[in-house]
Design a protein around this ligand. Structure first.
Ligand code: DGY
Length: 316
């Protein structure tokens, strides 16, 4: 019997073709949504590998129900959806997809920063709705990006790639990170100093016990009234209720977010009523070539892991 790989969302055939000969593939055939938990639980007992999406919670209960599981491979660089302690206790390795998505996610971070600063989404809507009547001296004016100060919270590979883009915009870059880095073109700052000085605060931090809710009412209160908050790291690092109040009451000028506490962002979330809030549906790494490279990394890790070979990109 071939070992079974369970895939939690439909992937293109080219991504899985190399695995078909040696493994049984069971895949949830919906491309738009991941398999419901009950469906994954039906198969996990037999699975040797779980190829999963970041929207799927792989928790202790799932590991307990998976006596044959050897590897979980996550189609993302972030892995906060997976209980690593439980994985270790059950002797299951976990892999992610770093590096190949760095530049693409930095592109999106910068695109969202520019879109938020220059009100691109709002402006585009005025064209469609017929509100665009004439050129106006102060209509749809935004915040200047060139020469502004950018504060990056969570300075890893993606942060460095954003820094390289910021150079072209003559930005001063501050960063705050758990560990200080020796970086050219970016200066370390304590969190409060970064919040006070930055015109744009870009959150790239992963979601951990330490970062959960790290930008709340107090932190938003330190930011400039003209500042924009951008989050391309993980939802849950920004307190969304506090953000709503800050945006509504003019505590900060605007926010652009690609990641949320609950994804998809519920349509009744009050943030969606605000004109100074730009939301994207978690598309940080969504470059076509990038996504194919990420899938290839997952397939390779699963194959090597199930063959008992050394596996790259292990997070545990
Ligand atoms: C990741 O890979 O963790 C990103 O959030 C995907 O956009």
């Amino acid at each position: 019997m071939k070992p079974m790989i369970y895939i939690t969302q439909r992937l293109p055939e080219e991504a899985i073709a190399s695995l078909r000969e040696s493994y049984e593939i069971r895949m949830w055939e919906d491309e738009m949504e991941a398999a419901p938990r009950e469906e994954i639980m039906k198969h996990i007992g037999e699975a040797a590998a779980l190829w999963t999406m970041l929207s799927v919670k792989v928790d202790r209960e799932m590991f307990e129900a998976a006596p044959n599981l050897k590897i979980v491979s996550n189609l993302a660089v972030g892995f906060n959806n997976i209980d690593l302690d439980a994985a270790r206790e059950h002797g299951v390795m976990v892999t992610n997809t770093p590096e190949v998505l760095t530049e693409t996610t930095a592109d999106l971070s910068f695109a969202l920063l520019l879109a938020t600063a220059r009100r691109l989404v709002e402006a585009e809507r005025t064209v469609h709705s017929g509100e665009w009547k004439s050129w106006t001296p102060l209509g749809l004016t935004g915040q200047d990006v060139y020469g502004a100060t950018l504060g990056i919270i969570g300075m890893g590979r993606i942060g460095e790639a954003v820094c390289r883009r910021a150079v072209g915009f003559s930005m001063d870059v501050l960063y705050h990170n758990r560990t200080r880095r020796n970086l050219e073109g970016a200066t370390y700052a304590e969190l409060d100093e970064l919040l006070e000085k930055s015109d744009f605060v870009l959150m790239l931090a992963p979601l951990t016990d330490e970062t959960r809710g790290m930008i709340g009412e107090r932190e938003l209160g330190l930011m400039k009234e003209t500042a924009c908050l951008i989050n391309v790291g993980r939802g849950g690092t920004v307190d969304e209720d506090a953000l709503y109040r800050a945006l509504k009451e003019g505590g900060i000028w605007a926010a652009g977010m690609d990641v949320f506490e609950t994804e998809p962002l519920p349509l009744d979330n009050p943030l969606l009523t605000l004109p100074n809030f730009t939301a994207l549906p978690h598309i940080g790494s969504a470059g076509e070539k990038t996504r194919h490279k990420m899938m290839a990394m997952n397939a390779e890790a699963i194959d090597e892991g199930l063959k008992g070979n050394q596996v790259k990109n292990r997070v545990c």
